[in-house]
Design a protein around this ligand. Sequence first.
Ligand SMILES: Cc1cc2nc3c(=O)[nH]c(=O)nc-3n(C[C@H](O)[C@H](O)[C@H](O)COP(=O)(O)OP(=O)(O)OC[C@H]3O[C@@H](n4cnc5c(N)ncnc54)[C@H](O)[C@@H]3O)c2cc1C
Length: 500
Amino acid sequence: MVDFLIKYRGILVVLFVLPASLIFKLYMGSRNRLVFWLNSAPDKHPEKVAKVQEQVKAWMRETGGSVPMCTARPGWQAMSLKQGNYKKTHYQVNINLQDILEIDKDKGTVRVEPMVNMGQITAALKPLGWMLAVVPELDALTVGGLVNGFGIESSSHKYGLFQHICASFEIVTANGELVKCSRTENREMFYAIPWSYGSLGFLVCAEIKIVPAKDFVHLSYIPFKSKQAFLQRFTEESNKPIEKAYDFIEGLMYSEQEGVLMLGNFSNSVPEGKTKNAINNFWKPWFYEHVRTFLNKEQPEEEWIPLRHYYHRHTRSFFWEMEQIIPFGNQPWFRYLLGWMSPPDISLLKLTETDAIHELYDAHHMDQDFLIPISTLDQSLSFFHQQVNYYPLWLCPMKVFETPFRGMVNPTKDEQMFVDVGIYGEPDVENYQAKITTRKLEQFVAQAGGFQALYADTYQTREELRQMFDHTLLDKLRKENNALKTFPEPFDKVSRAART
Ligand SMILES: Cc1cc2nc3c(=O)[nH]c(=O)nc-3n(C[C@H](O)[C@H](O)[C@H](O)COP(=O)(O)OP(=O)(O)OC[C@H]3O[C@@H](n4cnc5c(N)ncnc54)[C@H](O)[C@@H]3O)c2cc1C
């Protein structure tokens, strides 16, 4: 039975998870629209925050503070492929706050509640001609998760991580107090929240930078057959001053030496005679396979991509993970017949995974994002090639800004430009052992002055994690805000040992 489930998972996903996902998506999609013009009630925000505060006070009454707290969102609903064991033992507080509170065009910000997700924000902003400065691309990623965890996209070389486009936060602390913080008010708190993984309090509101958006992205695909040539151009483009830089930069490596660099700019329209490509139409090939076709071109080529298609370009294929789930998902017959139902919903996929599938993934699969200083990219790619040898590799430049107070993630002494290297697939090396290889990569990245994305499996010890991520400010703020025993520290939520 177990063998059957594993072997024919693709067919089971198509028969059961895809239709269920479609219903879920239709429900969520209509909810996404409805929530803003039927359910939206920004003036109820203070009432909802008061409910969070009441729950914190109830926790104190009922437990005397002896049991740590966490959000009540079930693990299967979160994007991370792992579920936290702590949810079973901690006191759960409902953060049912999912509304857009205010769009301030003069200030260039949007105020949102933490359970609002990327799909909802982009759907609300796009018709108004605005967009978040950084749009982490999967619809289901929430503001709460992106602030307390991390988020990036192909505009991050200009604007930084998701945390860098945030202007202010409001959190409810373990004392039940509502604390507002920004670059000018409660500054230490403001810089301590990103990457804190909910270890300081409950985020109840965030104010985020928006930028004027246009209808298309004019994207150039530049093929390279030499790693050195690729890296030289990638680094040059990433390091350009903001006013000269492209709006979007992304690289896909298809082998140790071959890659395609994508450079994009916002565009109002498609010039006559030029190619418009709505890449996310269900009958179109998966985006990374489309990009692969440019490898064999003699010259760079260009296309005009509708804006939301561009932002969600990796959604249908979950970058390149979908091939593992539905191996025939990119075949033309499947796309034309059933592509309109794709992709399956990640949370439903997680719900339907058996232990055997977990074990199989554990043993043969790697899902990691490593954030490394751009000057170490050449050396890092060689090391990853030697240890993992998996392609495509995702390369996304991102600026780690120096901040007045050092938070969990800081630039190196000499360098602010980093690159997210995403490894999502089955390593192709002999005797791959998940833990041993991941440990080697973690140590390499730590030595390079980089960081590990913590939605992924981390085998680092508590001390190693504390060395990679500067906990000084977080520890201080946790102590000052009675959070030491009332919220688990990041390691106790993200380490491999703390997750199923
Ligand atoms: C398949 C996949 C694709 C991904 N794609 C991208 C991508 O394209 N771009 C990108 O940037 N990242 C991506 N990520 C990583 C993603 O950004 C992180 O996993 C992010 O933290 C997930 O957000 P979430 O909404 O699922 O949050 P969760 O996993 O629910 O939350 C993350 C942490 O924040 C805490 N938290 C959440 N809300 C609150 C709150 N209101 N108050 C206090 N604490 C809170 C949670 O307790 C948890 O510790 C991807 C991850 C996966 C698994």
